[in-house]
Design a protein around this ligand. Structure first.
Ligand code: FES
Length: 371
């Protein structure tokens, strides 16, 4: 709802629900293949989140459910809108659907926010933001957040693109660079076209470029986001420069689906390890899975994935990464024994309170869940 008075502004509640229905208010064509979707919540809320965090979406396309995570590009200092900046992956399913079907007035349900790659959990005085492609979105959220508060933070913002037509947020970055003395933006084109008249830096990531562009690199905390290959190169360069990798933080996005394929392979290996683990625990199954709140009991085999079991039973449970990284699928375990192969996305305080990630868990005894 539009703000009509100061009183109205003061009464808007903060974002606290894990599922939120959004309404698209505007679509910005950032480049030839990138759009920013600006959303308001369907019922009035202020979007509170940590810059760098993402939201999960689940879309039904031709009867098939697809889960994706998108980093929030906007800043919590402008809490009335939530912006998702999404690059079209022509070989993908979800981004083409979003580009075609989300217009002004369209609705979209999001889950979250989630993610440890953010500038509140990782603090620093001097930062180096390194991104390529859509990896620019968390960097933009952080930069807008710091600049909106005019914080005394030294920010070096490096972004690699193929050519000038691929520079996302070009005008806004130029303006911020002009307005904030503590912000230094460098765009590097890897393959600018002959007629693009690019006068800026060129070339791929290499240690000489880093040493040249960021002479005080060892004093900075690095945030890096981009395709896997790009991040590998960045890491190698930093290691060659003897950078303290405790100050390096990254998050990948996956335009070609390579990461997902790798994750699926890893999941298979882990599932196998987990099955062996459950076998050594003599977890022969089947077991009774009791959902306390709904009073339902489900018979589960030892090697079954808990999230899949719950979904098959029609339990409304959130998921996003399905690999133990985002924390979306957590539930509280009341009793029983389980094994989990990856719980990176579960905060330590949640672990102590007996929460588990269902997407990476199998049963090794009868179990009760707070569902
Ligand atoms: S869906 Fe992300 S941790 Fe389970």
């Amino acid at each position: 709802m539009p703000i009509k008075s100061i009183e109205n502004l003061a009464s808007i509640p903060a974002w606290s629900s894990r599922k939120t229905l959004l309404v698209c208010m505007n679509v910005i064509e950032e480049t030839h293949d990138v759009k920013t979707f600006q959303f308001r919540a369907e019922s009035d809320i202020l979007f509170h989140f940590k810059p760098g965090q993402f939201v999960g979406i689940q879309i039904d396309i031709d009867g098939v459910k697809h889960n994706r995570s998108y980093t929030i590009a906007s800043s919590p200092t402008r809490p009335h809108l939530l912006e998702l900046t999404i690059k079209l992956d022509p070989s993908g399913v979800v981004s083409p659907w979003l580009h075609q079907n989300i217009h002004i007035g369209s609705q979209l349900e999001v889950r979250g926010p989630a993610g440890r790659f953010n500038c509140m959990d990782i603090s620093s005085e001097k930062v180096l933001l390194i991104s390529a492609g859509s990896g620019i979105t968390p960097m933009m959220s952080m930069t807008r957040f710091w600049c909106d508060q005019a914080l005394d933070k030294n920010i070096m913002f490096l972004n690699w693109v193929r050519g000038t037509q691929d520079i996302i947020f070009r005008r806004e970055l130029a303006l911020l660079d002009h307005q904030y003395q503590q912000l230094d933006v460098e765009i590097v084109c890897t393959q600018p076209g002959l007629n693009e008249n690019w006068l800026g830096r060129r070339g791929r990531v290499n240690q000489t470029t880093f040493a040249d562009m960021v002479p005080d690199i060892h004093e900075r905390v690095v945030f890096c986001c981009g395709p896997d290959g790009f991040m590998q190169q960045v890491k190698q360069c930093l290691q060659t420069l003897n950078f303290d990798m405790a100050n390096y933080h990254d998050e990948t996005f996956d335009p070609g689906g390579k990461k997902k394929a790798k994750e699926a392979e890893l999941r298979q290996i882990k599932q196998l390890e987990m099955t062996q683990k459950t076998q050594t625990k003599k977890a022969v199954g089947p077991f009774n899975l009791t959902l306390i709140k709904s009073g339902k009991t489900i018979v589960v085999e030892a090697e079954q994935n808990l999230l899949e079991v719950l979904e098959a039973e029609g339990v409304d449970i959130e998921s996003s990464c399905r690999a133990g990284n985002c924390g979306c699928c957590q539930v509280k375990k009341i009793s029983g024994e389980t094994v989990t192969f990856n719980e990176t996305g579960l905060h330590a305080d949640r672990k102590t309170k007996d929460y588990i990630l269902t997407c990476t868990t199998q049963l090794v005894s009868d179990v009760e869940l707070d569902l």
